[in-house]
Design a protein around this ligand. Sequence first.
Ligand SMILES: [Zn+2]
Length: 104
Amino acid sequence: MSKVINFFNIQNEYFVCKICTKKLRKPKDTSHSGITYHLKSTHPNEYEEIQKRKTLMKKEKGQQSIQSTFQPFLEDSAEAIFRSISQWMGVDTGPCLAIEQGIL
Ligand SMILES: [Zn+2]
């Protein structure tokens, strides 16, 4: 549970806090600022927990950002793409081949 909304049940026009059962009217723009404020001001420990998890998730996503960093380079030429793929394949299949040879 890493989102503010997970601390609330939805009942018709209201968000109902699971911790203190306080009802908060749903905003028309479906923003979560109201419930975020409630959690932050009334249940700071739970709110802090969410913030911690967010930071953790950002760290995990760090690996994915490598791809976007290299995206302009990959689009530069077809040759670059081929080179990158063959490098990736070489790295990826290397250990597998070693294992197969070991078994044989
Ligand atoms: Zn509450």
